[in-house]
Design a protein around this ligand. Structure first.
Ligand code: ADP
Length: 281
């Protein structure tokens, strides 16, 4: 592990000079009072042939700015359906969803796309990086779609990659990076448009346990800087690095509780790195 790549960079970056543009939107006095997300009695039905499948059965939930929430539950319990709605990729059949004070449940597909691009960053299990493009270029992509100038794109991608501890590997292509580093590039890409919310769908699902700690260290550091994160995981261990667990079963929310003693991924990752100082992840 190269010390330049340590995920702790995410916290140290907070004190260095940086553009406001790349920083995750921070908790402030203005929005601290108001929840970031208010979901009320959401239902989702899917029509499969003659059958009407009831995938979400009256979910209500609030998430405040700065929270780090794990969504857990067995396969088929409705996690993806819920996250698609939260991520403005889909609409509920019934019920209301308010994101940053905007009622999004009734928005058109086009309006949803705008809200999604402006307010939400996504991280997926499979990284979804372009294999022929460098880390920097991958991170620049959402800004190309957003029509930002080249200078701004370069500045923001540099800052985002530094933020996730990849300042020294900006010109590497995905194949030249470890799985953990590739996921860090994907996290940097999710941050460049300064989202209010980061949605991570099984971000450690393809990673071994030590690399999972690496990624959770990056996410914890970002959360400590004020970024609101909702993470889907089927692994109870991973949920222990968050602050709150929400559990789904059969389309219902059956548990919603704080994590009493969240694990410290940054400390665990630092300890692992000390044990294996010559390894490069
Ligand atoms: P999870 O993410 O917890 O595995 P899902 O949200 O994917 O659960 O699925 C919840 C239920 O909705 C399941 O019964 C699943 O088969 C069904 N479902 C999910 N997506 C669709 C879809 N696009 N069309 C029909 N049924 C779906």
């Amino acid at each position: 592990m190269n010390s330049k790549d340590a995920p702790q960079d995410a916290t140290s970056f907070a004190t260095s000079e940086r553009s406001q543009a790349t920083s995750p939107r921070m908790v402030n006095a203005d929005n601290q009072e108001r929840p970031l997300i208010v979901v009320h009695d959401i239902h989702k039905f899917y029509q499969v042939g003659q059958t009407r499948l009831h995938a979400l059965r009256g979910i209500s939930l609030e998430v405040s700015p700065g929270e780090f929430v794990a969504v857990r539950g067995p396969s088929g319990s409705g996690k993806s359906t819920f996250m698609n709605i939260i991520g403005c990729l889909d609409r509920p059949t019934q019920g209301s969803y308010e994101l940053v004070g905007r009622q999004v449940s009734q928005m058109s597909t086009r309006e949803l796309a705008r809200v999604r691009n402006r307010l939400i960053g996504f991280v997926f299990q499979g990284f979804n990086l372009l294999s022929r493009a460098s880390a920097r270029r991958n991170v620049e992509l959402p800004m190309i779609y957003a029509g930002l100038t080249r200078e701004l794109r370069e500045q923001r991608s540099r800052e985002a990659l530094q933020l996730v501890g990849l300042g020294a590997r900006m010109d590497h292509k995905p194949a030249q990076l470890s799985g953990g580093q590739q996921q860090r590039v994907a996290i940097a890409r999710a941050l460049v448009n300064s989202p209010s919310l980061l949605l991570a769908d099984e971000p450690t699902g393809n990673l071994d346990s030590r690399t999972s700690i690496e990624i959770m260290a990056v996410l914890q550091a970002l959360n400590q800087r004020g970024l609101t994160i909702i993470l889907v995981t089927h692994e109870p261990d991973i949920a222990e690095y968050t602050m709150r667990q929400v559990v789904f079963r059969d389309g219902c929310l059956v548990r919603d509780e704080p994590v009493s003693h969240p694990r410290d991924a940054q400390a665990e990752w630092a300890a692992l790195s000390l044990q294996n100082p010559d390894e490069d992840y």
